[in-house]
Design a protein around this ligand. Structure first.
Ligand code: CAA
Length: 259
């Protein structure tokens, strides 16, 4: 089998799958092959009924230093258009199960965009976020101008995108870009703990709730409220909703089956 740029452990803990970026010498730079591997892994994990939550990490040293500059340096616009490099990223957005990013060290350019495409971000104290594309004569192309702006607001995003400056984990937390900061050595265990909390819940409700939150970015308030209400009603078609409410009444822990 050809060398893989990611490692996938489909069941590191009950119902949790782990994807680890594996290009350490290149600081996990996101070349096309790596992104294709992430796309394929996410497709499979999304269909795997035993998996409820996915954790994506670059390990303890670096998350990802961006798209692979060496691979792109001599490309022409039509090469970029024909390869449509960033279309592989759409699978991350399309994944219906929650994806948690565990970020240590640099999350730059495409690395920052990759983390922001996930649903939550747990960062270690060493995490640094940035969109430095402007320093190499280009600009973010995988959601940096859009997701960063929505996450931290126009003026902060503008400063990061126009100067390429990095922000620390503390700033990222203060700005609302990440969920929490943990010591580097606990990054994976703390992220798995958070993933475990979600994995215990109804996969049906989690899927519909994720879809509803994401819909807030694409709809007016009234449209979003209607969408949410319908997803809420839909949960009542699930065995999990009955189990959850009956367990509450019977004062016991629910056992959700994803049905
Ligand atoms: N692409 C390809 N290779 C990269 C890379 C990248 N994005 N980032 C780092 N590398 C490689 C380096 O070339 C180097 O390889 P060699 O040993 O063969 O020279 C190796 O990884 C180690 O990197 P450094 O020696 O530079 O390590 P450092 O600790 O001194 O600096 C860094 C770390 C600040 C992250 C620096 O590597 C850097 O600035 N990297 C580029 C960051 C960047 O500009 N990212 C945006 C890319 S464009 C993009 O992402 C577009 C988009 O919207 C999707």
């Amino acid at each position: 089998m050809a060398f893989k740029f990611i490692k996938v452990n489909p069941q590191i803990e009950k119902h949790i799958a782990l994807i680890e970026l594996n290009r350490p010498k290149e600081l996990n730079a996101l070349n096309r092959q790596l992104m294709l591997e992430i796309r394929d892994a996410l497709r499979e994990l999304d269909e795997d009924e035993t998996v409820r939550v996915v954790v994506l990490t670059g390990g303890t040293k670096v998350f990802a230093a961006g798209a692979d500059i060496k691979q792109m340096a001599n490309a022409g616009a039509i090469d970029m258009l024909n390869i449509d490099q960033f279309s592989t990223w759409d699978q991350i957005k399309k994944t219906r199960k929650p994806i948690l990013a565990a970020v240590s060290g640099f999350a730059l350019g495409g690395g920052c965009e990759l983390a922001m495409t996930c649903d939550m971000i747990v960062a270690s104290e060493t995490a640094r976020f940035g969109q430095p594309e402007i320093k190499i004569g280009t600009m973010p192309g995988a959601g940096g101008t859009q997701r960063l702006t929505r996450a931290i607001g126009k003026v902060r995003a503008m400063e990061m995108v126009l100067t390429g400056k990095f922000i620390s984990a503390d700033e990222a937390l203060r700005f609302g870009l990440i969920n929490r900061i943990v010591p580097a050595e606990l990054l994976l265990s703390e992220t798995l703990k958070l993933a475990g909390e979600i994995a215990k819940l109804s996969p049906v409700a989690v899927k519909l709730a994720k879809e509803s939150v994401n819909n807030a970015f694409n709809s007016t308030l009234d449209e979003g409220l209607v969408f949410e209400r319908k997803n809420f009603y839909l949960t009542f078609a699930s065995e999990d909703q009955k189990e959850g409410m009956v367990a509450f009444v019977e004062k016991r822990m629910p056992d959700f089956k994803g049905k």
